[in-house]
Every structure is written in C-alpha cells, then in structure tokens.
Design a protein around this ligand. Structure first.
Ligand code: ADQ
Length: 555
C-alpha cells in the first residue's frame, strides 16, 4: 500500500474507533527559514507554563464574583491576556500558529477558567486569524505545591544543577508529581491523532512518556526536551525516584539536551541504574521495554533577528528614561547582569567579584556602574528566600562601601522590564556578566550578543554555563568561584582594546546567528517528523482504566 493510502487508512481507523472527528489539515512547517519542510500532521506541545494567561483586570475579581456580576454589567468585567515572553514560549508560538496544533499546559491565570470551553480549551492568540488550541489543566494549590514547588523545584532542579545538598524530598511530592504527570498524559492522549508529533518540555513532565508509551495512535512520535543539565551518576544516585524517572524518559522516541555532555551523563545513568536497557553508544540510542530512544544534543538559541531589529529600532530616549528611573549616570561605563533570582545563577559570587574589583581599582569608582536585574523566582522555597536576602544585603554592602551621593557601584532592580528596555540595556552595555555556577544553556548570554549590533560589548561567561560550549572561544571565561580571577576578568573586559572587543563580538554574533532559535526549532521538529529510530508504536485498546486519575494520590 502507498504510504499516503496507509496513512489515510490509519486515519479512518482512528476516526471510527475514537469518534473524535480527526479533521486537521496537514500542516507544512517551514521551521528553519525555508531550507527544510518538516511534515507532521499535527503538533502537540506540553509544558508546565502556558503561552497565554488570562487575568482579571480587577485584582479583586474571582469566579464567584464574576458569576454574580456578569448578569449586571458585563462590560465592567475586563480580562487581560499576558503575551508569551522569553525563550521557548515566544519561539514556539509562531510555529503553533502556523500549524494550528494544540498546546497543553497548567492554567494558572485567575481568569483562565472563564474563557475556556467545556473541554478546557481556548483558541489563542486572542482575535488572531491563525489561532491554535490551548488546552488547560487545572491544578489544586496542593498539587502545585507538591508537583511544582516540591518535586520539580526542590528535588529535580537542585539535583540536576549539582546541588544535592539542597534537595528536600517529601514522599507526597512524588505522589503529586506522578498524579499531575498522569493528568498531562491523559490530556495528550485525548488530543493525539495519527502521525502527530508530541513534544514535551522539561523536567516537570519527566514521567509523561512512560504513561503514554503504549497508548498513542499509530505513527506518532514522542519527543522530550530537557532544558536543564543532566547530572553525573554519582549525583543522580541520590534521586529518590531515580530508576522510575529514567524509565519514564525512556518512553520517548527522541530525548533532547542542550549539550553532548548532558546526553552522555544520561546514558551513563541508564547504564548504571537500568541494567535491563540496551545501550548503543555509537548511535546514542537506548532500547528498553520495546521502545527505542534516540538521544540528541542541540544547543537552543534565541530569535536573533528579533533582538537585532529591536536593538536597531531602540532610541536614545528609552535609554535616558531607564537612566532616570534607576539613577544610572549615563556617562558611566555600564555592565549588566540579567537573571532569575536563582542560586544557580551565581549572583552573590558576581557581587563579591565586583566588590573586589572596586577595591583593586579605585580609579573605576565613579565611572563604572553594574546594573543587576534579578527577577524573583520560586518565592516561598527557603533556598530562594535566603538567596534573595543574601543578594540584597550584598548590594547594600557595596553601596555602603563605595557609593557616593552621585554614583552607585551597583544598580539593583527586581522589576520585570519590557523587552524593549532589556534590549536597550543589552545594546548600551559595555560588558555583560553571565556567571551561573551551573546552567543548562542560558539565553541571556545569547540575547546580549544578538542585541549588540554595534559590536562593542564584551561577554564575561562562566565556564559551567551551557552557552560556554558555543560562545566560550570568544567570550572572557571565568570561574565564578575564583573571586580574584573574576575581578581581574571584569578589569580585562573594561580595558580591552576596541579592535579586540569588535572581533570577539563579531565572532559571537556569527555563532548565535548560526544557532538561532529558528534553526534549533527546525531541527527539533525534524526529529519529531522523522522519528529517527522508528519505534513503531502499537495501537492499543484505549479503554484501559490506567487513565483514571485516582483520588488517592498515593496510588
Ligand atoms: P532559565 O533558567 O529561566 O531557563 P535563561 O536561559 O537565562 O534561564 O532564560 C531566561 C529568560 O527570561 C530570558 O529569555 C530572559 O530574557 C528572560 N527574562 C529574565 N528576566 C526577565 C524579566 N525581568 N522580564 C522579562 N524577561 C526576563 C532554563 C534553563 C536555561 C535554558 C533555558 C532554555 O535554566 O539553562 O537556557 O531554560 O532552555
């Protein structure tokens, strides 16, 4: 049978057994700017965070208040929609708009339920011609605390960032993680159609593949991209559900990491903790329980054209208003740090190096200001709260030691800046410091390079930041824990000759352009379209009650 006929037959069979009216038109994705056509019948993305969030304009609004008010004056009930920002979410949105696929995510906006239909779906972006389906999952506060704050961020995040000392495990968190992962798997199954590419994002959803492995329609490919590092077997050993997570991920056909080294460590962990798996090191392939998983390493990039365009469109007035708002002396040399307030980002170590720098080089006092933008993250988790206090104390200390009435050594803000302000900072900065102690990739480093359209900025980059793999040869590399060396690097960056600054930045700009988000996305979608190892999923009887989500979370 010709492959088109076979596909059509599969579709018919699927339609008759499931009655779900599979009518999606075949989507043709030009995901890498035109070089390759990636063919998938539909794309299903699953991630913890959603691309669009609906919020009441009135902070005091609630669902019950809405119900009581909507009969009266509906026009007063205005809802705002957050646009996707940053990295993957902003990059995937146009792809989803092109394919009309389905994005499955936790609905965390306070007006999310009001706008969804009886299947918990809403078309996004609002009022656009090229909409796609956002399927929302509802999580109780307890579920969020267990699955997200607990297992994801108090176990997997520190473990994968080489901080087993910060792991704080509660068995109920694992039960919630399993339960929420099952919820995601059940939603994916509802939307999956033959020949769909299913693309699961990140460490929040590590068990989903194993819950889906025998339950998908024929021809589907299941991919996972793990955005954070993968630890060594010695560190992984302390994972409280180590084997279960490995087996969970081995339900995927394709498992992506930013770096080769993370993929290698994953393989080593499987070798040690899942002895029944067959490993083909040369192919980077693992066979386990009937599924073949291909490991791939591809460093994620940023939307370079967008940053470049915004940087060129920026005007002096925007920079001046930023200076006025934050008390930055516009005549100073400027350094910047842009991070989530996370202990992996190395912010206290950076501030310590800055203190040493100002101590060693008093001539730079009054003529160099470091702008540190730190976005509070995962507040309520003790390690994060302690970090916030530590960072704020360090900034105060620097100010007290070196600050004057007219100059601040460090301008510190926790404000969320619009991307235009961020790009204005990137473009104006003489140097950027990205000195995470451990970081999967780090998009800020690449955003800085993409926005440096005048070729006049220096990147000081930590050796253990994933981005060092691609930018390392042209950045100034630093061990963030070696304070004297770090302080010297800051001085080197500020005193580097103009020609060296230019040649390093030009080289980095070529690298980030080659690794741009579009190219990365095209590669990922190709993996989904091709299913390199052709696992050959078996259609099954879907009446299985394994999709029933038990009320008792320990099941
Ligand atoms: P993160 O740890 O969140 O991502 P990063 O890669 O730097 O780190 O991405 C942060 C993004 O948020 C950037 O796009 C940045 O511009 C944006 N951002 C930061 N502060 C902001 C603010 N105040 N307002 C608006 N935007 C802000 C995880 C991994 C990384 C990996 C990415 C993608 O930890 O290693 O690079 O996923 O895979």
């Amino acid at each position: 049978m010709e492959s088109n006929e076979r596909r059509e037959a599969l579709r018919q069979a699927w339609r008759s057994t499931n009655g779900q009216g599979f009518e999606r038109s075949r989507a043709k994705l030009r995901a890498d700017g035109g070089a390759t056509d990636v063919l998938l019948d539909t794309l299903i993305v699953a991630s913890n965070r959603q691309p669009y969030r609906h919020q009441w304009a009135d902070d005091t609004m609630s669902e019950s208040k809405f119900e009581s008010l909507k009969e009266g004056n509906p026009s007063a009930l205005s809802i705002s929609v957050d646009e996707p920002t940053g990295g993957l979410t902003a990059g995937l949105d146009p792809v989803m708009r092109a394919t009309g696929g389905t994005w499955i995510a936790w609905g965390d906006g306070n007006a999310d339920r009001v706008v969804t239909d009886e299947d918990d779906c809403v078309a996004v972006p609002p009022d656009a011609d090229d909409q796609y389906t956002l399927r929302r999952l509802w999580l109780s506060d307890e579920a969020v605390d267990g699955y997200y704050a607990g297992l994801s961020n108090r176990v997997l995040w520190p473990l994968c960032h080489d901080r087993p000392d910060l792991v704080s495990f509660r068995p109920t968190d694992l039960a919630w993680y399993r339960r929420v992962n099952r919820q995601f798997a059940a939603a994916i199954r509802t939307h999956a159609t033959p020949n769909a590419g299913i693309w699961i994002q990140d460490y929040h959803l590590g068990l989903v593949p194993s819950y889906l492995v025998d339950e998908l329609p024929p021809g589907t490919t299941l991919g996972v991209f793990w955005h954070i590092p993968w630890p060594t077997p010695d560190v992984y050993e302390s994972c409280p559900f180590g084997r279960e997570l490995l087996v969970g991920l081995l339900g995927a056909d394709v498992l992506g990491f930013h770096l080769e080294s993370y993929a290698t460590r994953f393989l080593e962990c499987v070798d040690r903790f899942v002895p029944s798996a067959q490993i083909d090191r040369s192919e980077r392939a693992i066979r386990h329980d009937g599924t073949a998983t291909k490991l791939v390493a591809s460093p994620m990039g940023v939307d370079t054209a967008n940053y470049e365009r915004r940087a060129r469109a920026g005007n002096r007035a925007r920079w001046e208003s930023l200076c006025e708002r934050y008390g930055i002396d516009p005549t100073c040399h400027i350094g910047i740090g842009v991070d989530r307030l996370d202990y992996t980002k190395g912010i206290p170590e950076r501030l310590e190096a800055l203190e040493q720098f100002f101590e060693n080089h008093p001539d730079w006092r009054g003529s160099f200001t470091f702008v540190q933008k730190a976005t509070p993250s995962r507040t309520g988790i003790p390690a994060y709260d302690r970090l916030g206090d530590r960072v704020r104390r360090r900034v105060e200390r620097l100010q007290a030691r070196f600050g004057t009435d007219t100059w601040q050594p460090v301008v510190y803000t926790e404000d969320i800046l619009p991307v235009e302000d961020l790009v204005a900072l990137y473009r104006r900065a003489d140097l950027a410091i990205v000195s995470s102690l451990c970081d999967g990739m780090n998009l800020v480093a690449q955003e800085f390079v993409a926005s440096s359209v005048d070729d006049d900025g220096v990147l000081v980059l930590g050796t253990d930041v994933g981005a060092a793999e691609v930018l390392g040869p042209h950045a100034l590399l630093v061990d963030p824990t070696d304070t004297p060396q770090f302080a010297d690097r800051i001085h080197d960056a500020l005193t580097m000759s103009t020609s060296e600054v230019r040649s390093r930045m030009r080289a980095m700009r070529q690298v980030v352009t080659a690794h741009r988000l579009e190219a990365w996305m095209g590669e990922q979608l190709e993996y989904l379209a091709q299913n390199p190892l052709q696992s050959g999923r078996r259609p099954k009887n879907h009446s299985s009650d394994r999709w029933h989500i038990p009320d008792n979370i320990d099941q």
